[in-house]
Design a binder for this molecule. Structure first.
Ligand code: AMP
Length: 185
């Protein structure tokens, strides 16, 4: 079964859109740390207030905060048989913590799907999407963070990695990802 999954890719690669599609098709919950943070900000919770500045500036929220939130979310019953993580882990430290959580429940990660998209296309897509943290300076900052902190995960996960071309129609890309997942089984 390929039901414990991580989706990685630069900001603007269409991770969120693909994650929704793939989680539906695979019948596992879509767990997006960005969505979880944005929900906390909207609710004006203490956590939301603590993380807003980082998100507005395109910086990573500190690992202790992020890891604790993910640990709690993965302990919820709907994630017992599988999940699709979107936006987590975003650095090696977070990946180590995810490894610990998975060892505790005695289930390995089944696959890591990398969505690959050229940098020029990314900036264009993000400017078009118009999210609050999508102005050009913040976008460039987020791309730099991806390059420096998140891209090393591609090597870290080389054994479980499935690389998918992220350029094309939404359904085309999700079909590519699903085919690659099935081929891996
Ligand atoms: P996303 O929706 O995945 O693009 O995330 C939006 C923002 O939320 C990021 O720019 C970070 O500020 C924050 N964020 C999301 N996931 C993480 C994570 N795993 N670690 C730290 N910060 C995160």
């Amino acid at each position: 079964m390929t039901n414990r999954l991580v989706l990685v890719g630069p900001p603007g690669a269409g991770k969120g859109t693909q994650a929704v599609k793939l989680s539906e098709k695979l019948g596992v919950p879509h767990i997006s740390t960005g969505d979880l943070f944005r929900a906390q900000i909207a609710a004006q919770s203490e956590l939301g207030q603590a993380v807003q500045r980082y998100i507005d500036e395109g910086k990573l929220v500190p690992d202790e905060v992020t890891n604790a939130m993910v640990r709690e979310r993965l302990a919820e019953p709907d994630a017992a048989d599988g999940f699709l993580l979107d936006g987590f882990p975003r650095n090696i430290g977070q990946a180590d913590v995810l490894g610990e959580i998975l060892r505790e429940i005695d289930h390995p990660l089944d696959a890591v799907i990398e969505l690959k998209v050229d940098e020029d296309v990314l900036v264009e897509r993000m400017l078009a999407r118009g999210r609050a943290d999508d102005n050009e300076d913040v976008i460039r900052h987020r791309l730099g963070v991806y390059r420096d902190e998140t891209a090393p995960l591609i090597d870290y996960y080389s054994d479980q990695l499935i690389t998918v071309d992220g350029v094309g129609e939404v359904d085309e890309v999700s079909t590519r990802a699903l085919d690659a997942l099935h081929a891996k089984k």
